[in-house]
Design a protein around this ligand. Structure first.
Ligand code: SAM
Length: 281
């Protein structure tokens, strides 16, 4: 057994186009003792095409806890390992978090080998502000939970980013339009870097109709981006809702809105509309 502790390299791989891998990523994958892959069958062709022949070990969401302990042992015995996922940057809606945290806790070096991610690729071409954004990963599959998650984001002022699969993209867009309003700016980024790459920047309502009308636009992998809530809406935050709710317990809608406007300085009309919504819930 070696006295030197190994290193874990977290290596980004292509999200579609096979040339989107850095020279440093290839060199790292060639030089490590073992490659930890989310799906060894999926990563096999990429590694073969790059002429890389290193032993593979599966590390996926179903064996993550058990594999982490084993992998930690390998690193402590001096092996250098590379972690890759099926696409893009590991840990970003992909396995690896328990392992990286365990490495940090055990003083094992974790080195990033940066490269593609569908999230950053989509944001970079979206035309939406990306100086700040909020990444939400995949929304819940069940409709009620999905609507609740979207509702909680309704007044978020920064650009929102989601991953979505072909099975639910049409339903998710429809739910987004229902919660955020059909006029909200949005971008559908489909099959990035692949043959059928499509980047459609349209209001949510138009995206819903477009995707419903063309089955091809429901195929493949998706990043959905939604513009942040307009500034006025953001000012009326959850605290404002709480105030309105408390006032509505005691007062009619019009008086509650007027009093809330005096307290918060927000526009009385908007508070009145919101008070009507809350009263109707
Ligand atoms: N770790 C990856 C990354 O860095 O982007 C993402 C892994 S996550 C399990 C897979 C999801 O990412 C897909 O369901 C899709 O939402 C999104 N995605 C991956 N590749 C994509 C592509 N080429 N075009 C659009 N979305 C993509």
């Amino acid at each position: 057994m070696s006295n030197t502790v190994g290193t874990l390299y977290v290596v980004a791989t292509p999200i579609g186009h096979r040339d989107d891998i850095t020279r440093r990523a290839v060199d790292t994958l060639r030089s490590v003792d073992r490659i930890l892959a989310e799906d060894t069958r999926h990563s096999g062709p990429l590694l073969r095409q790059l002429g890389i022949q290193r032993p593979l070990l599966a590390l996926h969401e179903h064996n993550e806890d058990a594999a982490t302990a084993r992998v930690l042992g390998m690193l402590q015995a001096g092996e250098s390992l590379a972690l890759i996922s099926d696409a893009g940057t590991p840990l970003l809606s992909d396995p690896g978090f328990p392992l990286v945290r365990a490495c940090r806790e055990h003083g094992i070096a974790v080195v990033p080998i940066p490269g593609p991610s569908a999230l950053i690729a989509a944001l970079s071409v979206s035309g939406l502000p990306i100086d700040r954004f909020r990444y939400e990963g995949f929304l819940p599959r069940r409709r009620q939970a999905r609507l609740a998650a979207l509702e909680a984001l309704r007044r978020e002022p920064v650009t929102l980013a989601f991953y979505e699969s072909s099975h639910r993209v049409a339903e998710t867009l429809a739910d987004m339009a229902a919660v955020f309003g059909g006029a909200r700016r949005a971008v559908l980024a489909r099959e990035l870097t692949k043959r059928h790459e499509t980047i459609a920047a349209r209001p949510l309502g138009e995206l819903v109709d477009w995707v419903a009308a063309d089955a091809n636009q429901r195929k493949g992998e998706f990043v959905l981006l939604v513009g942040g809530a307009p500034a006025g809406d953001a000012a009326l935050d959850i605290a404002g809702d709480e105030l309105l709710r408390a006032l509505l317990d005691e007062l009619p809608v019009r008086q509650a809105a007027a009093l809330a406007a005096r307290i918060t300085g927000a526009k009385r009309n908007r508070l009145y509309r919101r008070a009507l919504e809350i009263a109707g819930d």
